[in-house]
Design a protein around this ligand. Structure first.
Ligand code: AMP
Length: 425
């Protein structure tokens, strides 16, 4: 099969890397790709928002399967357009991707079908939102309805802040149409977890649960980022809770969408809060997470290609199980100086060759570009150093040992990825 992966981050490098090991893959393409991906796939510079251009490319290169990484093309209907042409594509149709692209759609779907989530109200009018928060107990959470590159959720600790956020979103419209409607919801204290599952419109196959680290600084301080690291599995979910999440969150959501005439195929990502011993959905994403995909895929022993094909063909039931390597896998993101506000670019990355031969370490590239035989930084999150070890201590030690061998001017990483697992009793 000829396979095309769309995207340019660490998530896509992980997917391309795994697919490159599949016996079923003949030619592997990536649009647009990055420095690391260009070593193992044919990268092409087609504009990702140019669906017609992508369809032409797919026909010309005789692509048999397209795999979509990021949310924007999914929300924009890339899957609908490819399906119309009869080209197999992994990901949900636009109405399915709405589970991520519209908080209102996702909250109302959950409420109507009894999927556990924080209590909420929807606002279309700024004055009504202001009147509602007058008597609302702090803290609470304000969310923009639409896609804001991960920046549309605000945990509110005082009223001044709340008024400022509502003004920015609904009056100043700093995110344009994405913030003109808002959801205001109760704050849920607890532990966050990412629960990803393959879906074929009816059946699911879960991946091992993982945990992201969104804030920039150690101990979850500083501004939110795209994600500074992740690890899998996590010790916070018992077998009983896993079953509860699978049945009462993931399968129920897929079934609720099917009832609305939405065949949800691809990855359903539940961003969960484990609060007072129970799982609640904080948000859904319509795709693989970044950086969760890096440790999950590194841990995957089975071939990825048949699983993706089974999702697209609605035959996930035929895949009896996915095998995962034993142990713990940790990914530490190395970011550029100035990230997330204004990342510096064009720095030469040193030390990658020292890690190339290590079997249990893999460096997934994100914001990199290959110049001659060197890699230069070209984005905010630059690398996702990923290692597998027998237990949490072992994997954390191994990943940081690898991180320390890499160097570029201004590089930054968190020093505490995976450490929440160590303190959990
Ligand atoms: P979201 O974009 O919806 O994933 O929210 C971003 C972050 O805000 C989450 O990762 C949580 O840390 C926090 N958050 C969102 N909603 C809630 C909630 N209802 N209770 C507590 N924290 C929340």
């Amino acid at each position: 099969m000829n396979v095309l992966v769309i995207g340019s981050g660490g998530r896509e490098h992980a997917l391309v890397w795994k697919l490159s090991q599949s016996k079923g893959v003949e030619r592997l393409f990536c649009i647009p790709g990055n420095g690391g991906i260009s070593d193992i796939a044919e990268c092409h510079d087609v504009n990702v928002s140019d669906t017609a251009g992508l369809i032409d490319f797919t026909k010309k290169m005789k692509v048999d399967l397209v795999v979509v990484g990021p949310e924007n093309p999914l929300a924009g209907g890339i899957v609908d357009a490819f399906e119309e042409k009869g080209i197999p594509i992994f990901g949900p149709v636009a109405r399915g991707a709405n589970i991520e692209a519209s908080k209102i759609f996702s909250k109302e779907l959950m409420k109507a079908n009894g999927v556990p989530t924080a209590s909420f109200r929807v606002f279309y009018d700024h004055h009504e939102a202001l009147a509602y928060i007058e008597n609302k107990e702090l803290p609470f959470v304000i969310k923009a309805d639409g896609l804001c590159a991960g920046k549309g959720a605000y945990v509110i600790k005082n009223m001044e802040e709340a008024k400022g956020v509502l003004h920015d979103l609904m009056v100043k419209r700093i995110y344009g149409g994405a913030g003109e409607r808002t959801v205001i919801e109760d704050f849920l204290p607890g532990i966050e977890a990412s629960y990803l599952a393959f879906a074929d419109g009816e059946t699911i196959l879960p991946m091992p649960a993982s945990q992201d680290h969104k804030p920039l600084l150690d101990n979850d301080l500083g501004p939110n980022t795209g994600g500074m690291g992740a690890y899998t599995p996590i010790p916070f979910i018992s077998e009983t809770m896993d079953l509860d999440i699978r049945e009462n969150i993931m399968l129920k959501t897929i079934a609720s969408m099917k009832e609305k005439g939405i065949p949800y195929k691809g990855v359903l990502y539940g961003g969960l809060m484990l609060s007072r011993g129970k799982p609640y959905v904080i948000e859904f994403n319509a795709r693989f997470g970044d950086p969760e995909t890096q440790p999950i895929i590194f841990k995957m022993e089975s071939d990825l290609l048949p699983v993706l094909v089974a999702c697209v063909e609605g035959k996930l039931k035929d895949i009896k199980e996915i095998k995962w390597k034993e142990g713990v896998c940790v990914c530490v993101v190395i970011a550029a100086g100035g990230y997330p506000e204004k990342p510096e670019k064009g720095k030469v990355i040193r030390g990658l060759d020292q890690l190339a031969s290590k079997k249990d370490v893999m460096v997934f590239h994100a914001g990199t570009r290959k110049v001659g035989n060197k890699y230069h930084t070209s984005g905010g999150r630059v690398l996702g150093v990923t290692a597998i070890g027998p237990d949490y201590e072992g994997a954390i030690h191994k990943v940081y040992d690898a991180v320390e061998r890499i160097g570029f001017d201004g590089m930054y990483y968190r020093g505490d990825i995976g450490k929440k697992a160590l303190t959990y009793k």
